[in-house]
Design a protein around this ligand. Structure first.
Ligand code: SF4
Ligand code: SF4
Ligand code: SF4
Length: 272
């Protein structure tokens, strides 16, 4: 039973958040929302432990479709970074600000970039593309994420500064166009650079929050040096170019780990 601790702990964390927000904000939606996400993510981890090949896909589709279709299209909530800025500027701790606080700012202190591995609606599509393992060396252009981050901030700030009318409608269309852009650019980069996760590595503005917080993550892949035979298989299958055989927090690309556990699955000595 010990091996099922992780999904149980994840579910407990999400249920704690769900119940706390439900009671403090007096809104039943938060109970449903975080319970649903917690169940989906825990189910993905549970299926992974049961060695189901598509375990992570199950979680990605359950959470990704929920974010995109239910929250985005049906409820009209912009859960992208623009939605976060929007609620931040209005001074309301609702919707996207809560989502960012839990999944992308404070949550990564516990579960690192689990969001990127199990829940992101952009990666849900990118991970279906053919280049699951990058075929080319990593490029040194990660600075580009600061540009997309700045553009998203400037876009929402300009709406407020210019006192634009119908700002909620603009945010809805920003959600549609923003997602379309993410998919378009993400898929193009994946094929151009033969790397499904090229968008995540170089352009995604959310990594500005995710990377520094996940540096301190409690949950991380560790290497048992006694068992490791330095065969290098783990590094060859990693989609994010992490040096997971180095246990230090400063390991190469350490804050890129999306906890997909491909390295763990492929280690012939169970050293990870
Ligand atoms: S880096 Fe960005 S696009 Fe990629 S999985 Fe994470 S949040 Fe999604
Ligand atoms: S796959 Fe396992 S044994 Fe091989 S280098 Fe990685 S941790 Fe060591
Ligand atoms: S293969 Fe291992 S080190 Fe690489 S992203 Fe997945 S879990 Fe992290």
């Amino acid at each position: 039973m010990k091996k099922y601790c992780l999904p149980a702990v994840m579910l407990a964390i999400f249920e704690t958040i769900a119940i706390t927000l439900w009671l403090t904000k007096d809104n039943l939606f938060y109970l449903f929302n975080f319970s649903y996400i917690g169940i989906a993510v825990s189910l993905g981890i549970f299926l992974f432990i049961r060695k189901y090949r598509y375990a992570r896909r199950v979680a990605q589709l359950l959470v990704g479709c929920y974010m995109l279709v239910y929250l985005g299209l049906i409820c009209g909530e912009n859960m992208q970074i623009e939605g976060f800025w929007y609620y931040l500027f209005t001074g309301v701790f609702e919707a996207a600000t809560i989502h960012y606080a839990v999944a992308k700012i404070f949550g990564p202190l516990i579960f690192g970039r689990g969001w990127c591995g199990y829940a992101c609606q952009t990666a849900m599509i990118l991970d279906l593309l053919p280049y699951k393992v990058p075929e080319r060396p990593r490029k040194n252009i990660g600075w580009m994420r600061y540009i997309t981050f700045g553009v998203s901030l400037l876009f929402v700030a300009s709406l407020f500064l210019s006192h634009a009318g119908g700002i909620e409608k603009i945010m809805f269309w920003a959600f549609i166009i923003g997602n379309g852009l993410y998919y378009g650019v993400g898929i193009s980069l994946a094929y151009a650079w033969k790397d499904n996760r090229a968008f995540c590595k170089y352009l995604c503005p959310i990594t500005i929050f995710l990377k520094p917080m996940s540096y301190f993550s409690l949950l991380r892949v560790q290497c048992d040096k006694e068992r490791c035979i330095s065969c290098g298989k783990c590094k060859r299958v990693c989609p994010m170019d992490v040096d997971m055989t180095d246990n230090s927090r400063k390991r190469k690309n350490g804050t890129e780990c999306i906890l997909c556990f491909e390295c763990v699955k492929n280690c012939p000595k169970n050293a990870l």
